[in-house]
Design a protein around this ligand. Structure first.
Ligand code: PRP
Ligand code: MN
Ligand code: MG
Length: 179
């Protein structure tokens, strides 16, 4: 696996520092509120696990599985909900947790869908953001890193469903794509 890596963009330490600072902001902003963190599977899995453990409030979690890329590297533009939320979000303070925002199509779809369910508040927390690639407009309250338009993997993010288990975020060698 490591032989496929071009370079490490964010080390485990850098990710840890970033996650802690996002969690500190959320803990501050949501004092006295009843947070429901919604992780978007599968990519947000690892970020969600780390983030929730750094938030110093009695929160609840849920997951939604949405996919627009499938095994392709390009967004299809069509977002499929593969697994819906287990609980109602009506009247809840919801934070959607994402690993990365690229075109914004996935989150734009989820935001509109969630709004119709009547949450009390709805915000986005993403670890990574590629603003250059944005098609659908989004208001992002919590953002870890802004990254250039390069294909990256690790810390939950896949290429053709692989490399999610890398503990850091890295770029892939070109020969891995063109195979
Ligand atoms: C990836 C990523 C985000 C989305 C971002 O998910 O995890 O959810 O794409 O892209 P967008 O802003 O262009 O919509 P993917 O559809 O690959 O599913 P996965 O999380 O299971 O890998
Ligand atoms: Mn995803
Ligand atoms: Mg993916």
């Amino acid at each position: 696996m490591e032989q496929d890596i071009k370079s490490i963009l964010y080390s485990q330490e850098a990710l840890n520092t970033c996650v802690k600072s996002l969690a500190a902001r959320i803990s501050e902003d949501y004092q006295g509120k009843d947070i429901l963190l919604v992780g978007v599977l599968k990519g947000a899995n690892i970020f969600m696990c780390d983030l929730m453990r750094e938030i110093n409030l009695p929160l609840e979690i849920d997951f939604i599985a949405a996919s627009s890329y499938g095994s392709s590297t390009k967004s299809s533009g069509v977002v499929k909900i593969l697994k819906d939320l287990d609980y109602s979000i009506e009247g809840r303070d919801v934070i959607i947790v994402e690993d990365i925002i690229d075109t914004g199509l996935t989150l734009n779809y989820l935001i509109e869908n969630f709004k119709s369910r009547g949450p009390r508040s709805l915000e986005i927390c993403t670890l990574l953001d590629k603003p250059e690639r944005r098609i659908a407009p989004l208001k992002v309250k919590y953002r870890g890193f802004q990254i250039p338009d390069e294909f990256i993997v690790g810390y939950g993010i896949d290429f053709a469903e692989k490399y999610r288990n890398l503990p850091y975020i890295a770029t892939l060698k070109e020969c891995v794509y063109s195979k």
